[in-house]
Ligand binder design. Structure first.
Ligand SMILES: C[S@@+](CC[C@H](N)C(=O)[O-])C[C@H]1O[C@@H](n2cnc3c(N)ncnc32)[C@H](O)[C@@H]1O
Length: 477
């Protein structure tokens, strides 16, 4: 293949293009997800957090033009070479042009789709001749995209559920989380936040989920081998976590030739597509006996007669991760999940906790923890929705807390505290609540879940010193 002409950039040779190709091959939406996917199975969990941070930093430096050869960056390439059994040295993988890099990979359907995506995403780097040449050589001109492929799999179970976007919430003065993400721009802003170096909660949740499925209490809980379905509730936008759960479903099943179901539920089809990008290209989980489907539905309305638990499900692992329970009324959640769950089902809840904070310390933490431009951008994105209210001067996000003794209007769990993110008063009207996030006292959370028939089996912290916990519950009545 002739050498392609590309917009010249310094730094690691064709890094932007190589990164696009690798993300498409691993089927991951974010830079950080690429690092975690490459590290998975190659880097021990105890070193994972450090590896992700250092590699992410290196990615940026590669982008900015330097060519660091620190051990972590070498290890990143070693992971890729190992996973794809590439016949190449690290030095060559880093320094060769994209056309030679592509040629190293197995020339299969996955590569064709990945090259299609690489060319679709890199207008600024590839001119039309270079695109045409790459597609002629390795790609397909049929224009099949992951988004189109994923749409085939989405089950729209919303005939009675009205999917509302953020505008509905804005008009009411408070955007609820089920409205927040139903807007393509918020799904994009969520990806940018997860991809930023500032959002530890995503990584803490992922690492604690990995630790959970290795824990003794998890292994004891699934030891009867009867779990043949898992459902990620509000599960859009976190394909790394789906991978952990789908794999643990597979390894816990003891039923010979069992058909295993993994359902990614979300009210937002835009968030579902972020995940679908991961799964309906790679086909790896499918090939290994877990069928992945997407259920677009309100998880607070699983108790209406329209939703039926599939009859071929034996025991089920339900999961609500990422602290999402802290964005809704817990009573609505537990009531809803009571209907499709059965005695013996498991429920994994990712929660952030109050920890040792005093009310003042909590307020300070909420003002500073995870505060970054990507989070503000995410929180403010709904104001750009049609007929939205973002003015020329971007309003700043205000943070207040409901902490200490007394009634918390945002939570049903005793003694929980809530951070409230809102706009300042906008164009002559009151402020708009953009999001709320509740943190728990664990014993009170367990007690509350018990009222709905869920017994606490164990709690797994993140390996870092974060306040995030993965709580495992089993339905006992
Ligand atoms: C903060 S995001 C994080 C979730 C992500 N799966 C994770 O674990 O990091 C919350 C997700 O929950 C979804 N969601 C919120 N309320 C929902 C509801 N009532 N029913 C279904 N999905 C909901 C949103 O659309 C969004 O994708």
């Amino acid at each position: 293949m002739p050498q392609l002409k590309k917009a010249s950039r310094s730094g690691l040779h064709d890094w932007q293009l190589k990164k696009s190709l690798l993300k498409a091959l691993y089927g991951v939406p974010y830079d950080k997800a690429l690092i975690t996917a490459a590290a998975d199975g190659n880097v021990p969990d105890s070193r994972m957090s450090d590896f992700i941070d250092k590699c992410y930093d290196t990615f940026r430096r590669w982008q900015d033009g330097s060519r660091p050869t620190a051990p972590k960056s070498i290890q990143f390439w070693e992971c890729i070479i190992h996973d794809y059994e590439l016949d190449v040295t690290v030095r060559r993988a880093m320094s060769c042009p994209i056309e030679n890099f592509i040629a190293l990979f197995p020339q299969d359907k996955k590569l064709i789709t990945a090259v299609g995506e690489l060319t679709a995403e890199n207008d600024k780097v590839l001119d039309s001749d270079a695109k045409a040449e790459l597609l002629r050589q390795y790609g397909s001109t049929t224009g099949v995209t992951w988004a189109a492929a994923a749409d085939e799999y989405i089950v729209h179970a919303n005939t009675r559920t009205n999917v509302e976007g953020p505008l509905t919430g804005m008009q009411a003065g408070r955007i609820q989380v089920h409205q927040f993400y139903c807007w393509p721009e918020t799904a994009k802003a969520w990806s940018a936040l997860v991809d930023s170096d500032n959002y530890r909660m995503y990584i803490d949740c992922w690492l604690s989920l990995r630790a959970l499925v290795e824990s003794a209490h998890w292994k004891a809980a699934v030891s009867n081998g009867r779990y043949n379905a898992a459902v990620a509730l509000g599960g859009g936008g976190s394909p790394d976590k789906d991978r952990v759960l789908a794999n643990s479903l597979r390894s816990s099943s003891k039923q010979e030739g069992a058909q295993l179901s993994y359902v990614i539920n979300d009210i937002s089809d835009d968030m579902i597509r972020v995940s679908a990008k991961r799964f309906h290209r790679g086909e790896d989980e499918l090939a290994q006996g877990v069928e992945i489907t997407y259920l677009q539905r309100d998880f607070l309305l699983l108790d209406d007669e329209e939703y039926k638990r599939p009859s071929n499900w034996d025991s089920v692992i339900w999961a609500i991760l990422g602290g999402t329970i802290g964005n809704v009324y817990e009573r609505d959640f537990f009531r809803s999940i009571s209907a499709p769950s059965r005695v013996g089902d498991l429920l994994i809840v990712g929660v952030d906790t109050i920890g040792d904070d005093t009310a003042d310390a909590f307020e300070e933490r909420m003002r500073t923890q995870y505060r970054c431009k990507e989070l503000d951008e995410l929180l403010l994105t709904p104001l750009d929705a049609p007929a939205g209210q973002r003015g020329a001067e971007d309003p700043l996000v205000e943070v207040s807390v409901i902490a200490g003794p007394g009634h918390n209007p945002y939570s049903n769990v005793p003694n929980s505290w809530t951070a409230v993110f809102s706009t300042p008063p906008l164009s002559g009207r009151d402020h708009i609540v953009l999001a709320t996030s509740t943190r728990y006292v664990l014993d009170d959370f367990f007690g509350y879940a018990r009222r709905f028939g869920w017994e606490h089996l164990g709690t797994t912290p993140a390996p870092s010193d974060s306040t995030f916990r993965q709580v495992l519950l089993r339905r006992v009545e």
